[in-house]
Design a protein around this ligand. Structure first.
Ligand code: ZN
Length: 511
């Protein structure tokens, strides 16, 4: 499709189409949020249909010839001034790159293939739920085989060569990183974490446990107090309850967080809330020029995770952070925690206790769970490992990396939902988040000074300002590899995170 418009006119048209599509996506996100929080069970069936229709409309709009024509035409513009930014400061080249990335992913898959995948995914997820319940990997294996086949086909349609199909899948979650780049940071990380873990478990085994029954109403009130205290604006967001904690963006001034409460554990909900706040701060600090556009989201999954993990672990599990908050927690739970001394509490927040389950892992073990999955995925896609041999390979890696014996496949290879949905290449983002996070944090401290004193005074302004200026406001206009280099002056490395872990736990465990 051709027209005689100027590039500026084409860009304006494209931005309008993108804006309409984003509105549709946000509306679908609202239906989804409601489905996870307040929808009565009876409404589920109709809701699924409403969502399918709305998502279909958004997809059709995005893949229309008009959209593609404008993208092609603008893709040929070489004028550097035009590409740098629009008169309102909108980053044009980042916008065109992000749209092209999404557009190619959406149009290159044949409709029949997409429908076939969706059907198989539904069956595979149902089979996974049953197999996990019955601890029966063999019943799930044919579905997993199929999911791997579809994932390979998908990467092939996207244009990846046969030898690099797994790179293609990684790229859809963490653009600009492939197997080679990820292995280059994961390998040294694995070695250093394994060594630390061995030292700690030799020194002290077992986990500490909370005692008591912690009122959910009081937990919620403390969560809200802390959210507001660390800077969450309830005028632009909400906290609700769902089965799995998440954050969703419904608009520039509407970012919603959810959590779940466990009466036996006062901190499970709280740390999930701090984690989700890290995601929410990102979404709430975007530059207003990105509003309504496809750039109004994080640079990548991994960069998003860097923000949530920074708040949850680096800040949220630090001694200076808790010094002023612990007395407030004690006031909420005088009977349960009134007599607990701060050092015991702090030690418990950072207890290292390797176990088989990823989502329950401590800060140190967590990345090893991810590296294990990355290495198995890599082998599954290169053909080095067959699906039938997967459980044995899983158990051997668990033993080697974490010193953990899996009692069965349900708490081993069957524990995560991701593979049953065909989400291969997704896991690395979680651990990359830890690495980005510490590299950003190092630079933040270089620029603003040590944050301990500010944290002891509950002053978070300097942290928010730095994160906003250097990361948040840019949204998705830069690729993750560009962003980390631009902000810290160095490419991604595992050093900052490994140093942090070694320093923190050497002190904590007196190694
Ligand atoms: Zn997260």
């Amino acid at each position: 499709m051709t027209n005689n418009n100027t590039p500026a006119e084409d860009l304006e048209k494209l931005r309008i189409l993108d804006r309409e599509r984003m509105h549709l996506c946000r509306a679908a996100a609202l239906l989804q949020w409601d489905q996870e929080t307040y929808l009565p069970p009876g409404g589920a069936e109709e809701r699924a249909e409403q969502l399918a229709v709305l998502e279909g409309v958004a997809h059709d709009k995005f893949t229309s010839p008009e959209f593609g024509g404008l993208l092609d035409k603008l893709g040929e513009v070489k004028d550097a001034g035009f590409l740098q930014s629009a008169p309102d400061g909108f980053p044009v080249s980042g916008f065109l790159r992000a749209l092209k990335h999404d557009y190619d992913k959406a149009v290159k898959l044949p409709g029949g293939f997409v429908r076939e995948c969706a059907r198989a995914e539904g069956l595979s997820q149902a089979a996974w739920v049953a197999a996990r319940k019955q601890n029966d990997f063999a019943a799930f294996a044919p579905h997993l085989e199929k999911m791997i086949g579809f994932a390979k086909q998908k990467a092939g349609y996207w244009g990846w060569e046969k030898e690099r199909l797994y790179d293609g899948l990684l790229d859809s979650f963490e653009p600009s990183y492939g197997v080679k780049e990820i292995a280059a940071v994961f390998n040294p990380l694995r070695d250093r974490l394994q060594l630390m873990l061995k030292k700690i478990t030799a020194k002290q085994a077992g986990s500490l446990a909370w005692k008591g029954n912690y009122s959910i109403a009081k937990q919620e009130s403390f969560c809200r107090e802390m959210m507001a205290g660390i800077g969450f604006d309830f005028g632009r967001g909400r906290l609700d309850i769902s089965a799995h904690p998440f954050t969703t963006t419904l608009g520039f001034n509407d970012v919603r967080v959810t959590t779940r409460y466990a009466p036996a554990d006062p901190l499970s909900a709280l740390f999930s809330v701090i984690h989700e706040c890290g995601h929410a701060f990102y979404e709430l600090s975007l530059d207003s020029v990105l509003r309504y556009s496809s750039l109004a989201e994080g640079a990548s999954m991994g960069i998003h995770e860097s923000q949530s993990r920074l708040w949850e672990n680096v800040i949220g599990r630090s001694r200076p952070f808790w010094e002023p908050w612990f007395p407030r927690l004690q006031e909420h739970f005088p009977k349960e925690l009134g007599e607990t001394c701060f050092d015991v509490f702090y030690r418990q927040l950072n207890n290292v206790s390797p176990g088989p389950i990823r989502v329950e892992a401590d800060e140190l073990s967590y990345s090893l769970h991810i590296i294990l999955r990355f290495e198995l995925e890599k082998k599954l896609f290169s053909g080095e490992l067959s699906v039938n041999d997967l459980p044995a390979a899983w158990n051997a890696a668990m033993k080697e990396y974490l010193g953990v014996e899996c009692a069965n496949d349900a708490e081993g290879v069957l524990q995560d939902v991701h593979w049953s949905m065909g989400a291969f290449g997704y896991f690395p983002s979680y651990a990359l988040g830890n690495l980005y996070g510490l590299q950003f944090w190092g630079k933040l401290k270089e620029d603003c000074g040590n944050m301990d004193e500010a944290l002891e005074k509950k002053e978070y302004g300097a942290i928010h300002a730095w994160l906003k200026e250097n990361i948040h406001r840019k949204g998705r206009s830069a690729l993750p590899a560009e962003l980390i280099k631009e902000v810290t002056g160095r490419p991604l490395s595992a050093d900052d995170f490994s140093d942090y872990i070694e320093h923190k736990y050497t002190e904590l465990y007196g190694l």
